[in-house]
Write a new protein. Structure first.
Ligand SMILES: Cc1cc2nc3c(=O)[nH]c(=O)nc-3n(C[C@H](O)[C@H](O)[C@H](O)COP(=O)(O)OP(=O)(O)OC[C@H]3O[C@@H](n4cnc5c(N)ncnc54)[C@H](O)[C@@H]3O)c2cc1C
Length: 409
């Protein structure tokens, strides 16, 4: 395939690989440029709601039957200080009837490995590592990605799927470095056999909410490991990522945690910490034959558990838009894509921020939150998140913007 036809994808994370598959399925050749020396994913668990499952299915990956995914029965909300069970949203009968699919969790590395294997099988996809891209240049017939070692990779288009620190975005949007969120996250996994029987919830995504923090845990790797991630709004200003931290140090950050949370935190041995960074939604995702997708276009706090789902939706929609499309029309289809995706992804970004009001209050505000949440019926809860979890409301099948729902009503 000549470079005049192929699509250059910068970044080999979930979005980049999903995009390569999506365009290859529509007959377009792609080269994926990954800066690391191998294709890999950092971090452990990832939740995939029905909208993500629907999108993955179009790429040939059935997350409902895959051995790498675990089906969840409930989203469980606990008070992390008093230990009380506040509310649960069932993910079984009515939920699956409403959204057409179950809710699953998966080990990130396994999802990434499945996408990678599918890319490796495709004759239309070329995968390159040690290919750090510094920017792009628009040419007469498309665009070229410029690599750190002065090499260039030419194509009919360049897709920036290079994450929140995207080099393509830096040039295209000019909005500099991501914003330091002031939220620190600690992540680890623990062997399931070490989890005390009273804390064993094999089919539950459980959240424990405390003052300015919340812990989320769920089983991954076919139930062999418990994924633990605790977020703390401590106003930290330093940027760091994936730094090992002692278990004692993690525990010391949460003096108000109830006994169950303290015991869960004590399970983790190899904690790592990240300062979460963020960006505001932007209108501009394209520059002619160059487009941003995934976290490069619309990074969001993890509180809605939707970043990867949205990245996969982007990829699938792009594939649909490029069906039967000649290279000279790529730019117009990219503009169409960003028009279709901007509102939905901005709404997820907004929703994730608003949920901080639910996760992090203390004292009376926490009690009031518990009172309201415990009064919600399953129907209320499903309708509250239907705009996000429903495959039909994704822009894949035509999406219309609705004003964000108030978290406190
Ligand atoms: C704690 C946490 C929990 C989360 N939980 C969920 C969840 O439950 N469900 C969900 O849907 N989402 C979740 N997310 C969000 C999800 O992880 C991201 O939205 C998703 O991984 C974004 O994928 P991406 O491919 O766009 O970006 P990335 O994963 O950042 O991948 C970018 C890739 O590009 C490469 N790269 C970067 N720069 C360059 C360059 N200059 N040249 C070449 N290559 C480059 C990188 O090495 C990387 O491989 C969570 C996020 C966090 C932080």
């Amino acid at each position: 395939m000549s470079s005049a036809h192929r699509i250059v994808i910068v970044g080999g994370g979930i979005c980049g690989l999903a995009t390569a598959l999506a365009v290859a399925r529509r007959g377009h050749a792609a080269v994926v440029l990954e800066k690391a020396d191998r294709f890999a994913e950092i971090g452990a668990g990832i939740q995939i709601a029905p909208n993500g499952i629907h999108a993955l299915r179009e790429l040939g990956l059935d997350a409902t039957t895959s051995p790498i995914t675990s089906l969840m029965d409930e989203l469980r909300f606990m008070d992390g200080v008093t230990g009380e069970h506040v509310a649960s949203m069932a993910l079984t009968d009515e939920y699956q009837k409403r959204f057409g699919y179950p809710y699953v969790v998966v080990h990130r590395a396994q999802l990434h490995a499945e996408l990678l294997a599918a890319c490796q099988e495709s004759e239309l996809i070329d995968l390159r590592t040690n290919a750090a891209v510094t920017g792009y240049r628009i040419t007469g017939y498309g665009a070229v990605a410029m690599l750190r070692d002065c090499e260039t990779v030419a194509g009919a288009a360049v897709i920036g799927a290079d994450g929140i620190h995207s080099a393509i975005r830096r040039q295209l949007v000019h909005d500099g470095d991501p914003i330091v969120s002031g939220i620190t996250i600690y992540r680890t996994t623990a062997p399931m056999e070490t989890v005390p029987a009273d804390l064993l919830l094999p089919a539950s995504v459980t959240a424990w909410a405390g003052p300015k923090w919340h812990l989320v845990h769920y089983p991954i790797a076919g139930g062999r490991l418990l994924n633990l991630a605790i977020s703390l709004d401590n106003g930290a200003t330093e940027r760091y990522a994936g730094v090992p931290v002692a278990a004692d140090e993690v525990l010391a950050q949460f003096p108000q945690a109830c006994d169950q949370v303290a015991r869960l935190l004590a399970l983790g041995e190899d904690w790592k910490t990240w300062m979460l960074v963020d960006r505001e939604p932007v209108q501009r995702w394209t520059d002619g034959p160059v487009v941003l997708l995934g976290d490069a276009a619309h990074p969001t706090l993890h509180y809605a558990a939707q970043g990867a789902c949205q990245a996969i939706e982007d990829a699938v929609l792009l594939g649909r838009l490029l069906d039967g499309c000649a290279p000279e029309d790529f730019a117009a289809r990219f503009a169409e894509l960003s028009k279709l995706r901007r509102d939905r992804t901005a709404r997820v970004h907004d929703f994730a921020h608003r949920t901080i009001e639910v996760w992090h209050p203390a004292g009376d505000a926490a009690r009031e939150r518990n009172r309201k949440l415990s009064g919600l019926t399953g129907h209320h809860m499903r309708e509250f998140i239907s705009w996000m979890h429903s495959p039909q409301s994704s822009s894949l099948d035509g999406y219309e913007y609705q004003a964000p729902l108030a978290v406190h009503s």
